[in-house]
Ligand binder design. Structure first.
Ligand SMILES: Nc1ncnc2c1ncn2[C@@H]1O[C@H](COP(=O)(O)OP(=O)(O)OP(=O)(O)O)[C@@H](O)[C@H]1O
Length: 255
């Protein structure tokens, strides 16, 4: 386990963003995420979840407030390959194969090639047999999974995922929900993910942050103290149901 466990990996202070046209997406938000934890962000469609994630990733600039990741600005953390992102649009390079895209991510992070890890990740996201396929020949869900593997291949300390399973079929979603968290735990990765699924949020995370309608504010902060590894039939568990009910109540209170 990395030394950073027990400390705060992501600190957002007074973070706010209004998009062009006066669209207030994120109201001032204060958020502190512990290293090694997985947090799910849920909220109504269009409430500002992606905007918040992009601000944390340093891909958008806030109008107010700041983000500190592992003691650095998001830009510096990205330059050091301490953060990886996998967003809804997988943005794989079309002229490279899946393996090539993962290899490039390592080169850009100034890391030596690691063919064994690369192939293990490609297999883990269910793309065994497609390592040498280019993105154009993959389905949307397969491209998303390739993007998840690419985000993990550099072994980032912080992983930001925006609806990573959005285009992925139900069975594969379940497999990913089973196989990815142990990987994050093993590496002590701090993961922040946006999802529309309460069940996915409870299954994957240690904490669920519920955001209000636009502009996003934190309306509930729910602990998910369910033991890991989490079984495939977790949804049958009374603890799971109680947490899911809390998240649903927080979302329902918004309407
Ligand atoms: N670059 C932009 N320029 C102008 N408006 C934007 C921009 N990006 C997002 N918005 C607007 O900001 C609001 C929040 O968008 P955002 O994508 O952050 O929401 P979201 O909660 O992730 O949505 P969804 O759940 O539907 O993916 C929306 O009204 C959206 O139209």
């Amino acid at each position: 386990m990395p030394d950073s466990i027990g400390s705060e990996a992501i600190i957002c202070t007074g973070l706010a963003k209004t998009h062009p046209g006066g669209i207030e997406a994120v109201a001032p938000i204060d958020l502190r995420l512990m290293a090694g934890q997985t947090t799910a962000l849920i909220g109504p469609s269009g409430c500002g979840k992606s905007t918040l994630l992009r601000l944390i990733a340093g891909l958008d600039q806030p109008d107010a407030g700041q983000v500190i990741i592992l003691g650095m600005t998001p830009e510096k953390a990205r330059r050091r390959a301490a953060i990886s992102v996998a967003f809804q649009d997988p943005s794989l390079l079309p002229w490279l194969t899946v393996r090539g895209n993962l290899g490039l991510a390592r080169r850009l992070a100034r890391q030596r090639p690691d063919p064994v890890r690369t192939l293990r990740l490609i297999e883990l996201v269910g793309l065994a047999g497609f390592a040498d396929t280019r993105p154009a020949a993959l389905s949307g869900g397969m491209r998303q999974r390739a993007a998840i593997a690419r985000a993990l291949v550099t072994q980032p300390q912080v992983l930001l995922l925006d609806e990573p399973f959005g285009a992925v079929d139900e069975l594969t979603r379940r497999q990913l929900a089973r196989d990815l968290p142990p990987l994050w735990q093993e590496a002590g990765t701090t993961t922040l993910l946006v999802t529309h699924s309460i069940a996915e949020a409870v299954t994957l995370s240690d904490r669920i942050i519920v955001l209000s309608s636009r502009p996003a504010r934190i309306v509930a902060d729910i602990d998910v103290p369910l033991p890991r590894p989490r079984p495939a039939d977790l949804a049958e568990d009374a603890g799971f149901r109680a947490i899911a009910a809390k998240a649903l109540a927080a979302l329902s209170a918004l309407t």
